[in-house]
Ligand binder design. Sequence first.
Ligand code: PLP
Length: 373
Amino acid sequence: MSTELLHDLDEVLLMGPGPSMVPESVLKALATPTLGHLDPQFIELMDEIQSMLRDLFRAESGLCLPLSGTGSAGMEATFVNLIEPGDRVLILKNGVFGNRMEDVAGRLQAEVETLDYEWGTPVVPQDLREKLASSAPYKIVAMVHAETSTGVANPAEEVAEILRDNPALYLLDCVTSLGGMNVDVTEWGVDAAYSGTQKCLSCPPGLAPVFFSDKAVDALRSRQSKVPNWYLDVTMLLSYWSGEKRVYHHTAPINMLYGLYAALDLVLTEGLDASFARHRAAHRQLVNGLDAIDLQMLVEEKSRLPMLNAVVVPEGIDEAALRKRLRQEFLIEIGAGLGPLAGKIWRIGLMGHTANPENVDRVLEALEKSVSE
Ligand code: PLP
């Protein structure tokens, strides 16, 4: 046996839709010796991670946990804990991850309705206002904050304003936004939110930070039926993540949690506002550089995400061949379009540790050469 496949791996600059570049301190943390999942020192670390997650979500109450699993586990967990069969759920959607929400909620036998928008355009808050005025109450209104499949920033704050006096729970996907742009669950009155480690937190994929407000926890505790998923049942997970005496639920991914701890430390030490500003600066630099080589953005300026840039593939260019060349010749990964945008856009990620001026210069230079030759 040998591990030569690992030694031969290229050092690729990750500028796709995630995972993003993982800093040295996080890689080092991942390699820290493994403790037992009920070891007192490990429990201390778990408590500290929860406190750091509260800072990250700007959560003044409710609960924050890092679930075992990727961002999709976070999505599944928020829906599975809050939905009972027949519950009315409204999803505002304009991309792959809104569609996934619809699928997840439907599998739980919710009565799902949607407001649909063209991919590459944002959700229109006024439509929600009208929908709420003309429909029976919803238990949950859900939306993706940063739609990674299109590069659109959905209006999370305006939706929050509309939902402020509505009994519905506000569920927000923050997989791509958390750590890279403002997410304020307290100010916005968000009731359930989830994220992933591999985007703006710059930790490898494997954990899903989630938030539940006090209102969501009340809804969870007053369920008529058991949460239909054992692994993601938050009521059971809480007996491991909180309280004087911790009870085994499943063996926590210890080393991933070390990595998350180091990654959260980096983000919080930099400061959330400074991190958001760095993402915006990298985005502006990229857009200016793309403009200079005549590459157009898909999304109109006011709805663009800083950390995920959808670039229109020019007429006559083979989009897959260009991505292949970037990977082979320049050791840069960028993403392809999905669904109706397949073949039509590239997705350039400026997430977390990836978002710095040198990386932007590198991808612009590679694109300029590859588009012109
Ligand atoms: N939601 C959004 C907005 C995403 O971008 C992603 C992944 O790209 C997910 C959910 C699912 O996350 P994962 O692939 O980590 O399961």
